[in-house]
Design a protein around this ligand. Structure first.
Ligand code: MD3
Ligand code: FE
Length: 213
């Protein structure tokens, strides 16, 4: 029998983990972070093709990508070359409560989906330690997310991620292929209300990059 994340459901979906007030608080904190660490548009290694998602980071390390040096984590913003801002306490508390891992997260990747942005199927393999979970928070417009197995061809399940939802990827699902098929534009007013004129969806992913000890 095939063994994969989709069938075993080794991910945990916690719908409505953050209430409306907490979602707004978190988003306003991210807005402050983006003033210091502005969104950038990463490009893929070798091809130089731009991602449709714009990104930034907070925490000691941030995920970046460019044509020459590829996917990596680094302590500074690729354009300003300044250190990344600190992670909001709400996110550190989420990790403490839910990650079941003996060290704090090192990176929080901020993904902004606007104007039809999506993310094709991929594995997250740029971290040194896969025993730590990935913890994701969705804000704003809902999105159709898919997760399969360690092989690209493994069967997938689809989950709609809504504003305030948390998704934990641990065990077998940590190395599963996954992606965002589409964002359901206009399904939430959160981003537009908090000063992102075009609305859209924001996703925050908390990660341990280096492992423990
Ligand atoms: C499943 N982000 O940043 S979050 C990414 O909504 C990424 O922006 C998507 O995939 C987004 O790499 C999906 C949920 C997620 C995050 C990490 C995973 C699912 C995952 C790692 C392994 C398996
Ligand atoms: Fe990913």
């Amino acid at each position: 029998m095939a063994v994969n994340a989709a069938e075993q459901r080794t991910f945990r979906h916690l719908p409505g983990y953050f209430n409306a007030r907490q979602q707004a608080e978190l988003l306003l904190h991210i807005k402050d972070i983006l003033e210091i660490a502005p969104l950038f548009q990463p490009v893929m290694p070798r091809t130089g093709k731009a991602f449709s998602v714009r990104m930034s980071n907070c925490g000691p390390l941030g995920w970046v990508s460019d044509k020459e040096r590829g996917y990596r984590y680094q302590p500074t913003h690729p354009v300003t070359e300044e250190a990344w801002p600190a992670m909001p306490k709400l996110l550190l508390d989420l990790w403490l409560r839910e990650a079941r891992y003996p060290a704090p997260p090192e990176a929080c990747l901020i993904n902004l989906y606007q104007e039809g942005a999506k993310m094709g199927a991929h594995q997250d393999r740029d971290e040194a330690d896969f025993s730590a979970p990935v913890v994701s928070v969705s804000l704003g417009d809902a999105a159709v997310f898919h997760v399969g197995g360690r092989k690209r061809t493994d069967p997938k399940v689809r989950v709609t991620l809504k504003s305030g939802d948390v998704l934990l990827l641990e065990g077998e699902s940590r190395l599963a292929y996954h992606g965002i098929d589409r964002v359901i534009a206009g399904s939430s007013e959160l981003l537009a209300r908090c000063g992102f004129a075009e609305g859209g969806r924001m996703n925050l992913t908390l990660r341990r990059v280096t492992g423990v000890g």
